[in-house]
Ligand binder design. Sequence first.
Ligand SMILES: [Zn+2]
Length: 71
Amino acid sequence: MGNFDTIKDRINILELACDSGIEVKNNKALCISHKEREPSLTFYPETNSFYCYGCGIGGSVIDCYLALYYL
Ligand SMILES: [Zn+2]
């Protein structure tokens, strides 16, 4: 299970979002977990994490992956 750290280091959260068809502008995008018109889902490439100021979803690149594909 220690492989998670490797994945975290390898996958860029912005690339992951773009590959999933999410439109990211200035590190912001429309939330994947709640409906909204103004993007409040924010990506932090420095820490490879994300957070939504609208609904509070957030976490590491792994959490982002799970949210994108299993939500
Ligand atoms: Zn949200």
